[in-house]
Design a protein around this ligand. Structure first.
Ligand code: FE2
Ligand code: FE2
Length: 475
């Protein structure tokens, strides 16, 4: 069951060959996908041989197989974790019913929208990262970028499979539209804001994978609880791949911090200008990048109080993070949850029905996870004996969706006048000058074992390969 058939045009573990109509529909979508990859996938990459991880089975041990692959030949396919015949709907009004193997008619359009919104983020991030390969700081990093890119492509396949298999003609049309929208396009943009931002340099890329892929983790985790079983099983397998993306981000920033701290100590300098002259990224610039990517990503969770979120939950479509481990009634009948409100010039906690606050709850789960990562970065700085500490801005800072949209809130949660914001925001958010400086450091390093000056080598190689391993072959 869990073995993937690679003899087929579309590798899968869902017995695709037994459903000819579906197989033909997906085989028609496949060339359109490859055209999209050629147009929007990584620049100048089609001839490169990349040391990639490919799933050969969904067993815990068997799914990570490493080999050189040209990316257009990557075996994008459809992989779901195995069926659990006893699985139930674990929350909401349908709690206790058998998990649904077909889409409940009354939730059809809602579910389709949820799947399309998730699916849209996957090709969007590939588009955002399209040019980064040309300025990679090492072959190791180039390989990691490409690994993330091919897996985001596979995540698109995962969602398109659901659309084709369960949503008929509407689903097929949505699958086509997923290849038509473009990140940042004025006329036909991607659905969510953060996925229309640019990712012009590697510091942005690492922030994106640390912060925005982590939003992906939380969204997928909530959908992995879904009563619609094919969605749950799809998301469970995606989560195993997603972990690597978060690793790329967290370890990437760690290595940048490491390198900067080394330069600070070796040269006994702290001033950003002097560090920049040494070709490393000063810590306050990293903090401003963090502030930007963090606040933009917090918006992805949606409004603090949301009747949509309540409906998704009550209908059994989208659960909470680790739903089945939460010790309550899983219906939230009388439960409350604390959200922040903006009253005059104060942020005031208020209690609202927990059902309506599920976006905020997921955002809070996410924030705790990010905090832990920031703590690990600070240990690097601390170990170097440097006084600087990274700090997450207040969750109301620089928000454009929900309660704080339109307000001006500083990184410590202070409510500001528009004039104050205008006067200070450049201290808090990455500026054009910051981006220009970081951009000036970007230049391709593609010799095995060599690393750009602004980033430390990783502690260990991918699949335990040595430091000078040729992760990408250019011939
Ligand atoms: Fe993804
Ligand atoms: Fe990802």
């Amino acid at each position: 069951m869990s073995t993937i058939d690679y003899n087929e045009r579309i590798p899968n573990n869902v017995n695709l060959s037994e459903n000819k109509t579906l197989q033909r529909a997906l085989e028609r979508w496949q060339p359109a996908y490859l055209d999209w990859w050629k147009e929007m996938g990584p620049d100048e990459s089609s001839q490169l041989e990349v040391y990639l991880r490919t799933a050969i089975s969904v067993d815990p041990k068997g799914w990570a197989h490493f080999d050189y692959v040209k990316m257009p030949d990557y075996r994008w396919g459809i992989f779901l974790t195995p069926v659990d015949a006893d699985r139930k709907v674990n929350f909401g009004a349908h709690k206790g019913e058998d998990a649904w193997q077909e889409v409940p008619g009354e939730y059809r359009s809602t579910l389709r929208r949820i799947i399309v919104t998730q699916g849209d983020t996957e090709p969007a991030s590939v588009e955002q990262q399209q040019h980064l390969g040309l300025t990679c700081p090492s072959l190791y990093d180039l390989r990691n970028l490409f690994q993330v890119n091919v897996e985001e492509g596979r995540h698109l396949w995962a969602m398109v499979y659901l659309l084709h298999a369960y949503f008929g003609r509407d689903g097929r049309e949505e699958a086509e539209a997923l290849l038509e929208r473009r990140s940042g396009d004025a006329d036909n943009p991607r659905i969510l804001g953060a996925f229309n931002e640019r990712t012009p340099d590697w510091l942005s890329f690492f922030m994106f994978t640390f912060l925005t892929d982590r939003d992906g983790k939380y969204q997928l985790a909530a959908l992995a609880e879904s009563g619609f079983d094919p969605l749950a099983r799809t998301c469970r397998f995606m989560l195993t791949e997603e972990a690597h993306h978060l690793f790329v981000g967290e370890s990437g920033i760690s290595r940048v911090i490491q390198r900067t701290c080394e330069a600070m100590k070796a040269n006994r300098v702290e001033e950003p200008e002097k560090l920049r002259a040494l070709g490393v990224i000063d810590l306050p610039t990293i903090q401003r990048y963090l502030n930007f990517h963090y606040s933009v990503t917090l918006d992805l969770y949606g409004s603090e109080v949301s009747s949509n979120a309540a409906n998704f939950y009550t209908q059994g479509l989208k659960g909470r993070f680790e739903e089945t481990k939460v010790g309550d009634d899983h219906q939230l009948t009388n439960a409350e949850y604390e959200v922040l409100d903006l009253v005059g010039d104060k942020l005031v906690p208020k209690h609202v029905p927990a059902l309506t606050a599920l976006n905020e709850r997921l955002r809070d789960d996410y924030i705790r996870d990010v905090e832990a990562g920031i703590g690990r970065w600070n240990r690097i700085v601390e170990k170097a004996g440097i006084a600087f500490r990274f700090k997450l801005p207040h969750k109301a800072f620089n928000r454009h969706i929900g309660t704080f949209a339109g307000a001006h809130i500083g990184p410590d949660g202070q409510v500001l006048s528009e004039a104050d914001w205008t006067h200070h925001h450049r201290e808090w958010l990455a500026t054009e000058a910051d981006r220009e400086f970081v951009g000036s450091l970007m230049g391709r390093v593609a010799e095995p074992g060599k690393f750009a000056n602004w980033i430390a080598p990783p502690a260990r190689g991918i699949n335990n390969q040595p430091q000078d391993f040729e992760y990408v072959r250019f011939h």
